[in-house]
Design a protein around this ligand. Structure first.
Ligand SMILES: [Zn+2]
Length: 374
């Protein structure tokens, strides 16, 4: 509908979206541009309000997918739950949890999968490949099962057993490789050369994840949005979604974006603290927060930009603090999330002096507790 081109986040080069592209010739990650003046003429508060609260409510902001290729399983439309106990313990009046763990496969990844699988079908894909730390593979397995698309998932050796089980149950082919996510990513690129359609944290996935930003903007006038950062795609997508509402006159509110990483894989956080432009890959990833253990984050540059441009910040937390936050959510709020999701709350607790008592804070809980045993 309104999709224009792939745009490189590093050098600004543009490429038509008629052919799939993953990276710019300079190696930079790609984003997708839109004709927002046209979207502005097609969308209004009334039109939005006439639709159900969910991913496809924001269809004008999503890439075009041919009729019949749109694979939707009720993703998005997740609740924003006000904290009662933890907020009191922290001296905050308005702490909210965005329950992305309630998506169809148990993580926010489903928003991206809906777009990515649709696009793969549009482009005639018959067999797909993806490198995954677990959640993306589980999500794409489910959406590929519904789309009748063959999919191979390359996983690093530390992937939780339960996420593997999820992939297998949906009929995906699994290949486990030695090393971390970056090694799995290399292998997926090799298979792309052999005719597989490559999926992952590339431009179309971020487009699907934008709807987290659209939804939060409709749910509350947030002052700060806090989330875990692995590849940085969710951070990039959420911030882009928020800004799209501003560009099209739907809502002026732009919250500060706060990214939380694991101490043992603090790529974006390190660049932020040291005031650097370039994100240095981590040689040796050491964390139990597997869902954000990305040694060389694909969308790290976009995530860093989102944090800086919105006057937010990036930080990193120890696994011990992540575990504590995860347990607090379960014990005091009744919310069951996976290990990595604890990182966002741990980031708030560790940096509590940077949060004002009255401001509206949204903590994004990315994955369900049934997904790991850590
Ligand atoms: Zn470039």
């Amino acid at each position: 509908m309104f999709e224009k081109s792939f745009v490189c986040g590093s050098c600004g080069s543009e490429f038509p979206t008629t052919r799939m592209r993953y990276r710019c010739d300079c190696g930079g990650s790609l984003d997708i541009s839109y004709d927002y003046s046209k979207i502005r003429g097609k969308i209004s508060r009334e039109i939005l309000d006439s639709r159900i609260f969910g991913h496809m409510r924001y269809r004008e902001f999503l890439p075009v997918i041919n009729e019949g290729n749109l694979i939707s399983m009720g993703e998005g439309g997740t609740p924003l739950l006000k904290s009662e106990s933890i907020s009191q313990q922290l001296g905050l009046e308005n702490l909210y949890f965005k329950l992305e763990n309630l998506n169809p496969s148990g993580s926010f990844k489903d928003r991206g999968s809906a777009v990515e699988v649709g696009k793969a079908l549009d482009r005639g894909a018959e067999k797909a490949v993806v490198a995954s730390t677990g959640n993306m593979g589980a999500s794409l397995s489910a959406y590929s099962a519904k789309a009748n698309l063959d999919i191979k998932i390359i996983v690093p050796e530390k992937v939780p057993e339960i996420k593997l089980e999820q992939m297998k149950r949906h009929g995906a082919e699994i290949e486990m490789i030695e090393g971390d996510y970056s090694k799995a990513e290399e292998k997926a690129w090799d298979l792309k050369e052999k005719g597989f359609y490559l999926m992952g944290d590339y431009a179309y996935r971020g487009e699907g994840e934008k709807t987290v930003g659209h939804e939060i903007t409709e749910q509350i006038k947030a002052d700060k949005v806090v989330m875990p950062v692995g590849n940085g795609t969710l951070m990039h997508g959420t911030y882009k979604g928020v800004k799209e509402f501003k560009k099209t006159g739907l809502d002026e509110n732009v919250p500060e974006m706060i990214g939380v990483q694991a101490k043992g894989c603090s790529t974006v956080s390190k660049a932020f603290k040291e005031n650097k432009e370039k994100i240095e890959p981590v040689g040796n990833v050491e964390t139990d927060a597997g869902a954000i253990a990305c040694a060389d984050p694909l969308d790290g540059k976009f995530a860093l930009e989102a944090v800086r441009e919105s006057n937010g910040f990036a930080c990193d937390v120890s696994d011990r603090k992540t575990r504590h936050a995860r347990d607090l959510l379960a014990r005091d709020e009744g919310i069951y999330v996976e290990f990595t999701s604890g990182a966002a709350l741990a980031g708030i607790i560790e940096n509590i002096e940077r949060f004002d008592k009255n401001e509206k804070i949204v903590c994004v809980l990315t994955g369900h507790g049934l997904k790991d045993k850590l």
